[in-house]
Design a protein around this ligand. Structure first.
Ligand SMILES: [Zn+2]
Length: 328
């Protein structure tokens, strides 16, 4: 007769082994929480540094910059051919600079003219709002530049505008008709209504076509002031707004040394430099300081190109397109 197995201490061996699983939520949390904290910190640092990197390269804080990869996919070259890809067809675009990979810069000179400035000319309060010395220097030293002309300036200096159009060094572009503000007070320029936006652009488009025989697509807002509505207006008028990433601050500035450093200390590859071509008294130092700026930048290896040339290169997929989502 078989006897029931007995353990050493005499009690029967259990048929099934029961294993107690103990679940300790709190000790596990204690174990993993430092890891979670480290993970969160790493993620936060990454997001924060990415945002800062983007912010540091945005000229106007309220403007969002597409990443180079996205900008590349937007086919910038097509944009300059004035046939925006479908992905951009609904989006207004504004330019701040060109490729950061090539040692090229664009000097731009604005020819402002308001109705008030016209009165100053007719009353002989001011002799001229054309900086002949500046243009003579640029021509003599073969420096390419883009000239943003207001319609009133073209009407005041129509023969000069025609001569400038013939000069292969210069590209003529649109700086509105009467240099009123498109958005806000804008340094006292006086804001116009949104309805006037289109006319301020198209009138000068027509004048530029008359003097140059060409259609220009580059436009600069007076004072650089604009809203989202204005970007849409510009797009409807068939122009691309061009801002800048280097400001000379040459307007009403007698400090040539400061103007010089405002430019040469801040230029980088692809920069668009904004200055003026109204001459004395509005810009008393521009013609004197530009030769120094050109000499210094050439010594640093920069080549001067027009804005269209700066932006045109098809081999620059990293070119930056800015898309303004909110008004600055
Ligand atoms: Zn201006």
């Amino acid at each position: 007769m078989r006897r029931k197995k007995q353990s050493r201490n005499g009690s029967p061996t259990p048929r099934y082994l029961t294993i107690k699983i103990q679940y300790w939520p709190i000790p596990r949390l204690v174990l993993f929480s430092p890891l979670l904290v480290i993970l969160c910190y790493v993620l936060f640092s990454f997001v924060y540094s990415s945002l800062r990197a983007i912010e540091n390269r945005v000229a106007i804080p309220t403007t969002i910059r597409y990443s180079p990869e996205i900008a590349s996919s937007l086919q910038f070259a097509k944009l300059l051919a004035m046939t925006p890809p479908k992905s951009l067809s609904k989006e207004p675009v504004i330019i701040f600079h060109g490729s950061r990979n090539r040692r090229e810069v664009a000097l731009t000179f604005d020819a402002d003219m308001t109705y008030g400035m016209q009165e100053m000319l007719s009353s002989d309060e001011v002799q001229s709002f054309y900086d002949q010395d500046l243009i003579a220097y640029l021509t003599k030293d073969q420096v390419k530049a883009t000239l943003f002309l207001t319609g009133l300036w073209i009407e005041t200096y129509s023969d000069t505008a025609k001569e400038l159009a013939k000069n292969p060094l210069f590209e003529l572009a649109n700086h509105s008709y009467s240099h009123k503000s498109f958005s806000g007070d804008c340094y006292g320029l006086g804001e116009m209504s949104d309805e006037e936006d289109k006319e301020e652009i198209t009138k000068t488009q027509t004048l530029l076509k008359d003097v140059s025989g060409k259609d220009t697509k580059l436009f600069r807002f007076p004072g650089g002031c604009y809203s989202q509505t204005d970007l849409v207006s510009a797009k409807k008028a068939g122009v691309i707004p061009v801002q800048w990433d280097v400001v000379a601050h040459d307007g009403f500035n007698d400090d040539g040394e400061a103007i010089f450093h405002n430019v040469v200390d801040h230029v980088s590859n692809g920069s668009i430099i904004v200055m003026h071509m109204n001459g004395v008294p509005n810009e008393p130092q521009t013609a004197k300081v530009v030769p120094r700026i050109v000499e210094k930048l050439r010594a640093k290896g920069y080549t001067f190109v027009t804005v269209s040339e700066l932006l045109k290169a098809k081999q620059t997929p990293e070119i930056i397109i800015y898309h303004s989502l909110v008004s600055p």
